[in-house]
Ligand binder design. Sequence first.
Ligand code: MN
Length: 306
Amino acid sequence: MCTLNYQNDNSLFSNAFGFLRFPLEFDPYSSSSEWVITGVPFDMATSGRAGSRFGPTAIRQASLNLAWEHFRWPWDFNVREQLHVIDCGDVVYKSGDIQDFIKSLKNHAERLLMSKKKMLSLGGDHYITLPILRAYAKIFGKMAMIHFDAHADYYDDNGKYDHGVVMLHAINEELIDPMHSIQIGIRTEYKKHFGFTVLDVEYVNDTNIDIIINKIKSVVRSFPIYLTFDIDCLDPAIAPGTGTPVIGGLTSYRVLKLIRGFQNLNIIGIDLVEVAPAYDCAQITALAAATLGLEMLYTQVKSKKS
Ligand SMILES: [Mn+2]
């Protein structure tokens, strides 16, 4: 008899290191899962404080605080019983080799997508989104995007491999359609000419949640949507453990309400990026990321049923 029965373990500390104790599966391509969680421990494109390579491990560890709850409040079902999710561990690449990283992540993403999986990826800095988007666009073409961030991420005076240029690459390579993409929580300079709908932090903090959700839905419509969530969209008082914090951000409560409104959207991929545990305090940033990842999976169950 196996004593390592982590699925039924209600302690908050023992671990097999799968997100939320979802099973670890190192051959995710041939599994029957619907969603695959991948850790992407890469932070070479960070412009500010580095360290998000430790993000996946921190998020998985913090997720243990959430694993005891069978029906996550306020949902009325257990996500594990409704959605087949596995964690395949972290992407492996040659240390310091950015080209090998890009190739390894894109290859992994392509293999998952060819076998009809959806990806929930845990960064890593925001650059990780680009190789994933390239793989997605090969199958889905130009996608709609929901982008939570304090930054617009199309700063064209930055370097080619900078996490602050990802959206510019995504537009130029026609991976996303800015006309059906929306940026949420922005509070640094941005240009309007790319066609993105921008819901800046003032709008998101001062507007009724239902109005915001309807606004988001009116932009992304029924197109395939990639959801990318930079943890720095949250206020640094709530999520200090990140590379480029900007004060005056969103609360986790407000973001949870928004995420729960994403039921029935055609979300085909998700990432949670920029958790840098060295600057975290009491694991609160990692816990925020873990909780948001879990809530996103709950919305996927509701989307599946509709
Ligand atoms: Mn950011």
